[in-house]
Every structure is written in C-alpha cells, then in structure tokens.
Design a protein around this ligand. Structure first.
Ligand SMILES: Cc1ncc(COP(=O)(O)O)c(C=O)c1O
Length: 370
C-alpha cells in the first residue's frame, strides 16, 4: 500500500505542478506570443497553495505576472522568494497599505481618485518607487472608476508621482452568460483606455480578460490575460491539477433498512457493504453532496450515502469487489480511467468550481507532484 503523506489522518490533496505547467503552456498557445499572462494565485492559489504554484509558474518561464487579492498575500509570496511582478487585485484599504505594497515591490490597484492621492502621497513621504494599475468600472459593479474619473486619477498620478501609473484594467462579469453585455463592457474599457492613455507619459499595460473571456473573446485580451480557472484545470479543455484523496478506515456489512448518518436520511435498500472515509465538510467535502455525490474506490464509482458529517462520510462499496480498509478513495479528481471532475461535483452541489478547491481547509495537507 502506498504511504499517505505526513500526519496519521489519511486525507490529503495532491497538486500536480506538471499539469499546472502544461495548462499554462496550453493557455499561452491559445493566446499567441504577444499577450502576457498574469496567473491568478489569490486565495492561496484557489486552495492549491500559493507559494508552490507561484514558484512553479515562475520557474516555467510561461507566466509574466502573478495576481493576489491583498498586500498580505503578495508579501507572503515575496518572503517565499517569488520575484515575478505581482498585482494586488483588491482595492487597497486602509491607504497605509500602499506603503507596504511599495516596500514589497507589489503593484497596487488604484480604484478611486482618493486612492490615487493616497498612493502619490505615500510615495512622496517614503521616497519609494511605486507602481499601480487603475481599475476601471465597466459593469461589474464592484470596484473601479468610470472613464472620466479614471482620466482624472491618471492626471493626478502623472503630476504628483510620475512613473507610478503602469497599467489599467477591468473585470468582465458575464463572459460565459452574455456576449452582448461582455461587448458593452469591452467598449467601455476601450473608452477608458483612450482617456487614460492620452494622459499617461509612458505605455500602459491594458488587461481585461480572465480565463473564459480570454479563450472566447480575442478582442478582450489586450496586452495581458489573467487566468486562474484554466491554469488549475477547472475550465473545460484543461488538465485537472488537484486530487482530493483519502482512505477507507472502516468497513461493515449491514442488513437492508440500515440507517446511515445524521437525520437517518438514507436507509440501505439491500444488504450492503458500507465504507467510512475520514473526510467531511470540515475538510471541504461539501455537505450538499450528501446522498448525491460519489467517490472512486478501486476505479469504481461509489455513492455517498447519508449526510456528510464534519469529519466523516459514508459510501456504498457493495459493488467494489475486494474493497478493504486502507483502500485509497478519490473524492475529487482521477483514479485510473475514472474521474470525479470538480466541475461536475460543484454543479451537483449547486456550487461553482472555484468553491471546491478554495473550500479545502488547512487540515488537508497539500502534496506537490511535479
Ligand atoms: C480581477 C480578476 N481577474 C482574474 C480572475 C481569474 O478568473 P478565472 O479564475 O475565472 O480565470 C479573477 C478571479 O476571481 C479576478 O477577480
């Protein structure tokens, strides 16, 4: 039996950095050589482990920038030796964050005129080189400036802090749902690009597209695309990167009519062989998959029976010949020729694919395969 990783509890996630690099290469080949890639490693690289994924991307030479959500996330990457340019995608607040971003060599997002003023005064006070990208609101309704305000912010920055303004970007809300809305957002972004570029002294890096938009709308690519989903293999056509594994820790044969789990929401219809797995919603095995999801054991799909509890889940292994305590079980990902795709499990749970890896908790060790 293959050993499981350190720690006695046999529940772990394998992150295939080779697959991640292949996804980066495949994504790059879809964009063409002139378009840069900002690989989004926010939220601990969507639960995959930011330092390991960022280092893999850096050493691959396939990625030009990294994107994080906060100054803390960017600082943690710098402390782990990551040297690629890093854009902090969130709106920085409190404004003292601009000084910390500059100390770590992070490019800040400036989403308002007051943020532009604070960035410029932080740079003057500390005498540091700062760099920022303006965030343009084109229809996401979250953070950012409309083109006229963005032009004002650009003017202020060029006057008060020449050289700080290095890019501008927007975020598209509906590239998979609405081509017309996406095109309207892109048209608004074009207006912002014209307004801001005419005030800027140097060339600006312009970007708008995450995975879906970059793949579906060539006109959304501008100078750089910002994929997360595709690189983690969670977008159709890319290789899965993460596999959540555990082992059967308990096995029993029960008569027809046996109740399983909280609320006795499941009763066996026949004499059955049930296996208990040490994985639950406190690991990230979504409770919404209770009585709906399945897990792979010995290459066969075994239904989840009863409710998934905090630390354990029960599956029916009646149709798995020779199932034993210690057998490896794949909760999400591939086992042999079979796969429980994260996208399908998320759909079954009424969730989006992002939620599954982001929801894997700290007690699940990440093991890196390269
Ligand atoms: C501003 C921004 N850019 C890019 C991305 C990456 O999106 P995706 O994972 O869909 O490629 C995100 C993800 O939330 C984002 O917020």
């Amino acid at each position: 039996m293959r050993a499981h990783p350190p720690g006695l509890r046999p529940t772990w996630a394998e992150v295939d950095l080779g697959a991640l690099r292949r996804n980066l290469r495949a994504f790059r080949s879809r964009l063409g050589p002139a378009v840069k890639i900002l690989f989004v490693v926010k939220a601990d690289a969507y639960g995959h482990g930011a330092a390991a994924c960022a280092r893999a991307a850096q050493s691959s030479g396939l990625c030009d920038w990294l994107g994080v959500s906060s100054v803390e996330e960017g600082a943690a990457l710098r402390e782990k030796g990551v040297r690629l340019p890093v854009l902090v995608l969130g709106s920085l607040y409190p404004f003292e964050s601009f000084a910390v971003a500059a100390r770590y060599g992070l490019t800040a997002t400036v989403a308002s005129l007051s943020a532009a003023k604070s960035l410029a005064s932080a740079a003057r006070r500390r005498g540091r080189r700062v760099s920022c990208h303006l965030k343009i609101e084109t229809g996401m309704g979250r953070i950012g400036m409309r083109p006229p305000a963005a032009a004002q912010a650009a003017e202020h920055l060029e006057r008060a802090c020449p050289g700080a303004l290095t890019g501008l970007y927007t975020h598209l809300s509906s590239p998979e749902e609405s081509p017309s809305y996406t095109r309207r957002q892109l048209a608004e972004f074009s207006r912002a690009v014209a307004a801001v570029s005419s005030r800027a002294r140097g060339p600006l890096l312009r970007h708008a597209a995450a995975s879906a938009a970059a793949l579906r709308y060539p006109e959304s690519r501008w100078d750089m695309a910002r994929p997360g989903l595709a690189v983690y293999g969670l977008y159709p056509g890319f290789e899965p990167v993460l596999t959540l594994k555990t082992r059967v820790v308990f096995l029993k044969t029960v008569p027809r009519g046996t109740a399983v789990g909280y609320g006795a929401s499941y009763r066996t219809r026949l004499r059955s062989r049930l296996a208990t797995l040490p994985v639950g919603y406190a690991d990230g095995f979504l409770r919404a998959l209770s009585n709906r999801g399945s897990v792979l054991v010995r290459g066969r799909r075994c239904p989840v029976v009863g409710r998934i509890s905090m630390d354990m889940a029960t599956i029916d292994v009646t149709r798995v010949p020779g199932a034993r305590v210690g057998d490896e079980a794949v909760v999400f990902g591939r086992q042999g020729a079979r796969e429980i795709p994260i996208r399908s499990a998320a759909a079954l749970a009424g969730a989006i694919p992002y939620e599954i890896p982001c929801g894997l908790t700290a007690r699940v060790p990440r093991i890196y395969l390269s």
